[in-house]
Design a binder for this molecule. Structure first.
Ligand SMILES: *Cc1c(COP(=O)(O)O)cnc(C)c1O
Length: 411
């Protein structure tokens, strides 16, 4: 009899989004005429921009002719795409990278999970709380944790609470850790890590021989000057950090699939016998064995994101979402609801009014305003009493939702 990976049984059932669906269906069944506005999703809603679509189509047409057909591409991605990313997304930040340090993939959810392949199970891992659930659950799946306690914390993992009290900035762990997940701009809190804070993390990692896994999926949403868009803007980061980026939120690729991971040549780990070894070599080996590249038309489409025309169009879509974020943030603030984030990220993280729990607020918002959001407690124990609203939606609906919330809670 084949044994299963019992670690999967430690996971709490995929509870958050199914439970949201269940409650929304129950409400719409009882109130068939109510128009429900969904601001709960972490998915984009605007279509691909014209320049990206044209390149995508041209890539498909290339596949139709013998002379321009593409079979297996490099496992690391085409170097013309890596080079465009280096030139357009990193050079302007003062960050120099080689194409051999950039690995194109089908998205950063997979990369931020698969990266655990190149780290020994004995490493201590620190994650934020609340957090993008992938970091937590993938560590449980590989067997790095014990069971969850009644609060939802897994034995063996180190949690860094992020609350209003610490301005949503995780504190350095009190015990020694080897791997640290950071996400800025943050999902779910919508807050960012400042240059000083990020420098402190890089210094900490260098001092403690730790590796930072930096998720920059939302860097394109940064609007304020001097907020770092890449961890490599910080001196020394190439010796201690891996960075994940994605075309998903930046350019509407959630259904197209393209992302990238940067593993600098300077980044070293330690072998069982105490020698230094390159993480870049390991990741390259991992990808060559377990991954066969992203489809050619998708990589053509991704490169077009960084053309002058493509970037102008993509920027317009980002501005559209960020205008939604402004409407939500300002509207809720006027209604006396305390809001965080939404300036450099498409998420608004709000303190539930009247001390309600996250789920009580969810029910009230659904029943009385017909608006769906995401309970903060679904992202970790420290998310209790908070709530996430997403700016990925139609402006008219966002305006309508905010109007209803103001009617209900405004003075
Ligand atoms: C959406 C998101 C990603 C991107 O995932 P893809 O697999 O590239 O679509 C990565 N990290 C966070 C925190 C996200 O919210």
């Amino acid at each position: 009899m084949a044994r299963i990976n019992d670690n999967y049984l430690k996971l709490q059932a995929g509870y958050l989004f199914p439970e949201i669906s269940r409650r929304v269906t129950e409400f719409t069944t009882a109130n068939p005429d109510a128009k429900v506005i969904r601001l709960g999703i972490g998915d984009v809603t605007r279509p691909l921009v014209p320049a990206v679509l044209a390149a995508f189509h041209a890539g498909v047409d290339d596949m139709a002719k013998g002379e321009s057909f593409h079979g297996y591409g490099p496992e690391q991605g085409y170097s013309w795409l890596s080079q465009v990313i280096i030139d357009k997304a990193y050079k302007p930040l003062g960050v120099e990278l080689k194409t051999s340090e950039v690995f194109i993939s089908d998205g950063s959810k997979c990369d931020s999970s698969n990266i655990l392949d190149i780290f020994d199970l004995s490493n201590k891992v620190a994650i934020g709380d609340p957090v993008y659930p992938v970091y937590n659950d993938t560590n449980v799946m590989v067997g790095r944790s014990g069971a969850a306690n009644e609060q939802g914390y897994y034995e063996g993992l180190v949690y860094m609470p992020c609350t209003e009290e610490n301005d949503f900035a995780p504190a350095f762990p009190s015990e020694k850790v080897d791997v640290i997940y950071l996400c800025s701009p943050n999902n779910p809190t919508g807050t960012v890590t400042s240059r000083e804070q990020l420098k402190a993390w890089v210094d900490y990692a260098l001092e403690n021989d730790a590796v930072i896994l930096f998720d920059a999926a939302y860097e394109a949403f940064i609007t304020e000057a001097d907020i770092p868009r890449s961890i490599y803007e910080i001196e020394g980061a190439k010796q201690c950090a891996i960075e994940f980026r994605s075309f998903s939120k930046t350019a509407g690729f959630t259904g197209v699939r393209c992302g990238l991971t940067v593993v600098p040549h300077e980044l070293m780990g330690t072998t069982a016998t105490g020698e230094k070894y390159s993480f870049n070599k390991l990741w390259n080996r991992r990808q060559c064995t377990k991954f066969n590249g992203v489809s050619y038309p998708v990589q053509k489409a991704a490169a077009a994101v960084y053309s002058d025309e493509g970037w102008a169009q993509v920027k317009e879509v980002i501005d559209y979402y960020m205008e939604n974020a402004r409407i939500i943030r300002e509207g809720l603030t006027e209604a006396g609801i305390q809001c965080f984030g939404g300036v450099n990220a498409p998420y608004i993280w709000l303190r539930t009014p009247e001390g309600m729990t996250s789920w009580d607020f969810f029910d009230k918002l659904l029943n009385e305003c017909h608006v769906v959001g995401t309970p903060g407690s679904g992202f970790g124990p420290s998310g209790e009493g908070y709530f996430r609203l997403s700016a990925f939606g139609d402006k008219e609906k966002v305006v309508e939702a905010v109007g209803k919330i103001k009617q209900k809670w405004g003075k």
